[in-house]
Design a protein around this ligand. Structure first.
Ligand SMILES: [Zn+2]
Length: 330
């Protein structure tokens, strides 16, 4: 069963919002577009793994996507984790296209794609580091000793994975998404003894959900973009101009005359992704260029956002990625 669902990453949503709200000549647009493409490919790669995990026999296993666990002075991110009574599998998902060559002597990963050769950090080392940290994490929380395994999943089935003939153990650790079924069967064969009783499984599951620290989007940290570079106002869904004004209970574009009742929602979500992860009535008035607090109150409360505080001090908070998925249908 899936305990923690795969959701669209905040950073992908942030990129989409930034592309909408930076001036068309902003020097970072190309960089953000590239980042968005990379994140979309990454998200599709994880969706692809999710699809294949759907074919696993219904055994006693718990699946977690996108865990971010703070531990010691680090926060480590595990793309996918499968918890079973006899072992735990840590999966790192990579979305490389082309030919991947795992060099035996240098232990480097060389990618050959479109006649270009590039060297990447070896993802096996990355997942090994997560393995070590996760092992220490479990010991710290007094979880009984349970074997931990790690693999790297290459999400594109057309990507070639190559290595020298005396380095074939690489294929034990690096595999395509569709091989996850046979890999799980092999691991169940290797680890037959149940180390975690039902109440332990429950305890680990709860621990992971409690310790998970969701990523908060921060455009300044990632792209060095300041809040005053973000265009305020409501964006026209047709001509993309920030010329929507409130008239007779709806938004009307003063450039192309498109009208909409809902378009402020996107503006408020953009604020939560790009300016700060909470919004007050006052800051919403300023961002939407409205001066009527009771109208802004109605607009904000109709969105059913999570909130804290009451009356004048009420803050509406950045909703979960699942909320965005419903709004935008990603
Ligand atoms: Zn318009």
């Amino acid at each position: 069963m899936i305990v923690k669902e795969l959701t669209i990453p905040y950073n992908l949503l942030m990129d989409v919002a930034l592309l909408r709200r930076l001036r068309p000549t902003h020097p970072k647009l190309a960089m953000i577009e590239e980042d968005l493409t990379r994140r979309k490919v990454g998200y599709r790669g994880e969706q692809n793994l999710l699809y294949h995990l759907g074919f696993l026999p219904p055994q006693n296993q718990k699946i977690f996507f996108g865990l971010r666990l703070p531990f010691e002075d680090k926060t480590f991110q595990i793309d996918t984790l499968i918890l079973t009574p006899s072992f735990i599998l840590i999966i790192e998902v990579k979305n490389y296209s082309g030919i991947l060559l795992f060099e035996k002597h240098s232990d480097q990963l060389i990618r050959i794609y479109q006649n270009k050769e590039e060297t990447f950090p070896n993802p096996i080392f990355q997942v090994q580091r997560h393995h070590i940290l996760f092992d220490r994490f479990l010991k710290h929380y007094n979880i009984p000793n349970v074997p931990i395994e790690h693999i790297v999943i290459i999400s594109h089935s057309t990507t070639q994975i190559k290595t020298a003939s005396d380095n074939l153990h690489i294929y034990e650790k690096v595999l395509h998404s569709e091989k996850i079924i046979s890999k799980m069967a092999e691991l169940h064969q290797r680890h037959k003894q149940n180390k975690l009783k039902n109440h332990h499984l429950q305890k680990v599951s709860q621990l992971l959900l409690e310790q998970h620290k969701p990523e908060v989007p921060n455009s300044n940290e990632i792209f060095d973009i300041y809040k005053d570079e973000i265009i305020k106002g409501v964006c026209c869904p047709v001509c993309r101009a920030f010329k929507m004004v409130r008239k007779h209970g709806k938004w009307v574009c003063s450039r192309c005359h498109t009208s909409s009742k809902e378009v402020h929602k996107q503006a408020i979500l953009d604020y939560l992704l790009l300016i700060e992860p909470s919004i007050t009535n006052k800051s919403c008035q300023d961002f939407l260029d409205l001066s009527n607090p009771s109208l802004v109150h109605r607009l904000l409360s109709s969105m059913k956002l999570p909130s804290k505080g009451n009356d004048g001090g009420k803050k509406y908070l950045l909703p979960t990625p699942a909320y965005f998925q419903e709004q935008y249908g990603f």
